[in-house]
Design a protein around this ligand. Structure first.
Ligand code: PMP
Length: 318
């Protein structure tokens, strides 16, 4: 039977054995950074394709640098270990992988220096996060995206996600699917867990990295697909709130969210109010690429072949 598993304190173990103390610094202060990686199941090939896993670990290394967390393993070791974990877990469906580099010491007092750190990663089954077929209705949040001067959004810091959670809950409790956060200059930054694109006059427009956004890997993939497959250029620049209302199309991108059309912002239909033609094409290109259906983008994928027999409860050295 497939099971959720973790690499924890140097070993691959069933998820229920991966436990931290309540005094763990990362739990007390949010002093951790993480990644979200998808593994996309291809039934015909019998393979879970891990999407751009190396780029995720490179970003984890950059986040860790900002938080003064040391990563003992190399990128190669992290990729190999994660592939092995997914194979060992044995899921023959889409999975989500959550690596976390965290301040593991049991210690009171917020700081980043002189605190022991550790790395863990776990894998679990994961379906759709948003509805990529229907698209989503968004509101601009009353919560401002935290500025680089406060907590850097380009680092995927666990504690930073309070900002996202405030915005997401406000949006959902007001009957919307997702929030669009503005930064404190009033520029559009991103969703609670997604980057944002507009389509205007056949071009893609997206906030620049300096507009307090996470430098998204799906975002980067979409820019490449738009250029190489559709000949569409992307302009990175600041976007005003009102520009959301008059865009031809709008969509969000993210590991969990994939490519999802924004059909409405603040009760104003975006374009015709459905998934626009460019969004639709990009969605198709992206889904084919992540599931191993387009050879041209095979370099983005790392295959994991799920094992039929799990080492039930048995400790396996990574
Ligand atoms: N912004 C935020 C705040 C996120 O949490 C995510 C999800 N990781 C993204 C953007 C999209 O990044 P990626 O495409 O690398 O998943």
């Amino acid at each position: 039977m497939p099971r959720e598993m973790a690499y924890f304190q140097g070993k691959i173990v069933p998820l229920e054995e991966a436990k931290i103390s309540v005094k763990t610094h990362a739990f007390l202060y949010g002093t951790a950074c993480f990644e979200g990686i998808r593994g996309n199941w291809n039934e015909d090939q019998g393979v879970v394709h891990l999407f751009r896993i190396r780029e995720h670990y490179e970003r984890l290394r950059r986040s860790s640098k900002i938080l003064k967390i040391g990563l003992a393993l190399s990128d190669d070791e992290l990729c190999d270990l994660t592939t092995k974990l997914v194979e060992q877990a044995g899921f023959t469906e889409d999975v989500y992988i959550r690596p976390i580099a965290y301040k593991s010491q049991e210690e009171i007092g917020p700081r980043l220096h002189d605190i022991e750190d550790d790395f863990l990663v776990f894998v679990m089954p994961f379906g759709n996060y948003l509805d990529p077929d229907a698209g989503i209705r968004c509101m601009t949040s009353t919560w401002r995206r935290v500025d680089d001067l406060g907590i850097p959004a380009r680092a995927k810091v666990n504690g930073l996600y309070i900002n996202s959670a405030l915005a997401k809950t406000e949006a959902q409790e007001n009957g919307f699917d997702e929030a669009i956060m503005l930064d404190d200059r009033g520029h559009v930054s991103e969703g609670s867990g997604e980057n944002i694109f507009l389509v205007r006059d056949g071009k893609l427009i997206t906030p620049a990295p300096s507009d307090n956004v996470l430098e998204g890997i799906t975002h980067d993939s979409i820019i490449q697909l738009a250029k190489d497959e559709l000949g569409i250029e992307t302009v990175e620049r600041s976007i005003d709130r009102s520009e959301l209302y008059i865009a031809d199309e709008c969509f969000m991108t993210g590991t969990a969210a994939h490519v999802t059309a924004v059909t409405e912002v603040d009760r104003r239909a975006v374009g015709e109010g459905g998934t626009g033609p460019i969004t639709k094409q990009l969605q198709q290109l992206y889904f084919d690429a992540i599931r191993g259906k387009n050879e041209k983008y095979a370099a983005w994928l790392t295959p994991a072949r799920p094992k039929k027999e799990q080492a039930a409860g048995q400790r396996v050295n990574a």
